[in-house]
Design a protein around this ligand. Structure first.
Ligand SMILES: Cc1cc2nc3c(=O)[nH]c(=O)nc-3n(C[C@H](O)[C@H](O)[C@H](O)COP(=O)(O)OP(=O)(O)OC[C@H]3O[C@@H](n4cnc5c(N)ncnc54)[C@H](O)[C@@H]3O)c2cc1C
Length: 395
């Protein structure tokens, strides 16, 4: 008879590896765990940044830290500084190394890398996992596959970006302050800004980011980087050491996944990436220990996103407003950084806001337009509820 794994983690990206790390730490040594991913190569393919508002086991992988960040809009600049919550940078290769080291130390993991999972099929008390012409089975599956090309499923505004780590021939960057958003670039393909992470006076990640419905190809981002280096820093000569490209759906929550009781979506699929900011690293770190506790207690609870309903609601109103008024987005972001104290804003952006933080953020937003967007959202929800009730016989 074929082996039945206790757990299978499908998709060994950020969420799958974080989950596997915690399983390796806490699961009994005789637990059988399968870890599957379509890729076999784990190199430096992206970077993760986040504000240090909570601890997690990957702190040793942090390679750079800043305490100050600026936002630019219409020639104005606001700089915020926080001693309490530094901004951390983790290169993906360091994260992968740490995760795989922990996983291999457990002894119960079997890695199935280099071949995509085609289907997850429930059968009795197990899930069959179809991988090419092989079939594996597990009692519990965590599905962290993020199918980049399937973005049509999300039907929403996208945050898309392409960045390069460049080395310039002159000292031009301010290594103490990151540029979170520089809106002073042509707003041609959507709401556009440049993100700059300065690692030294000559080395930085330059990343044009755009909110629109259609992603661009890498050449577009490369040409924005070239113009930006020229316009902002008068640099024409530079070498490129690394490139990354990303597309993040700007939705407060993932669309409901077609999952069975024993298949639990994780990561982006489970709504862990905040729609309005595109940040997901920390919420994945925050939610995973609970998921592992539940897994080890064989406790199947309802799927929950580790974000408060109020935070999701605020994200929804915000996203609805900027979809309707894209031209206002730069000013709204600028005002947030200008009017809300840094620590409160960081807690809000990192989904650990206190009531006073929410009220500071709401005070910094334009009142009437937001109330209108909120009222429109409420009308739509009520309408949807009525339609759902009408569809149920006797409802
Ligand atoms: C370039 C980039 C930069 C980002 N930067 C930040 C940041 O600075 N800070 C932040 O907080 N968030 C950031 N994010 C957002 C978020 O944190 C990341 O997208 C994060 O990697 C999401 O984790 P995940 O597990 O959902 O997806 P991923 O990490 O993308 O993992 C998905 C995995 O599924 C695998 N897979 C897909 N299909 C199959 C299949 N059929 N079979 C088997 N395996 C499959 C993939 O190979 C991949 O390993 C960034 C996102 C991107 C794309």
């Amino acid at each position: 008879m074929n082996k039945i794994y206790d757990y299978a983690v499908v998709g060994a990206g950020l969420s799958g590896l974080t989950l596997s790390y915690h399983l390796a730490d806490q699961a009994p040594s005789d637990a059988d765990i399968a870890l599957l991913d379509m890729r076999a190569d784990y190199q430096m393919d992206r970077i993760w940044c986040y504000w240090d508002v909570l601890s997690h086991p990957f702190l040793e992988t942090v390679q750079h830290t800043w305490h100050s960040w600026r936002v630019r809009h219409k020639g104005q600049e606001v700089t915020q500084t926080s001693e309490q919550y530094p901004y951390h940078y983790i290169p993906a290769d360091r994260f992968y190394d740490t995760a795989f080291k922990k996983i291999s130390a457990h002894g119960g993991f079997e890695l199935h890398l280099g071949q995509g999972v085609d289907a997850l099929e429930p059968e009795g008390d197990r899930i069959n996992i179809k991988v090419g012409d092989r079939m594996l089975s597990a009692r519990q599956v965590y599905d962290g596959r993020l199918i980049g090309s399937d973005l049509s499923r999300w039907r929403c505004l996208l945050q898309h970006y392409g960045g390069q780590i460049v080395e310039t021939n002159r000292t031009v960057f301010d290594p103490d302050t990151i540029t979170l958003m520089d809106f002073d670039i042509p707003q041609t393909n959507g709401i556009a800004f440049v993100y700059v992470l300065p690692f030294s006076r000559q080395r930085a990640l330059i990343e044009p980011t755009i909110f629109s419905y259609r992603p661009l190809n890498m050449d577009h981002y490369r040409s924005i980087i070239k113009s930006y280096l020229h316009e902002r820093y008068h640099v024409t000569k530079y070498t490129v050491e690394f490139e990354e490209k990303g597309i993040i759906p700007m939705r407060p929550q993932a669309p409901p996944a077609q999952a069975a009781e024993r298949i639990r979506p994780i990561g982006t699929q489970a709504g862990m990436v905040k729609g309005s900011t595109g940040y997901g690293f920390l919420s994945i770190q925050k939610s995973t220990p609970l998921l592992v506790q539940q897994a080890l207690a064989s406790h199947q609870s309802r799927r929950r996103v580790p974000r408060s309903n109020f935070s999701i609601w605020l994200d929804t109103v915000f996203l609805r407003y900027i979809e309707q008024h894209p031209g206002h987005a730069p000013e709204i972001f600028f005002n947030l950084f200008d009017r809300v104290k840094p620590d409160a804003l960081v807690r809000f952006l990192s989904d650990v806001a206190r009531p006073a933080d929410y009220s500071a953020v709401i005070r910094a937003m334009p009142k009437w337009p937001f109330l209108k967007a909120a009222a429109g959202l409420k009308r739509r929800l009520v309408q949807k509820k009525r339609e759902a009730a009408a569809a149920i016989p006797g409802g």
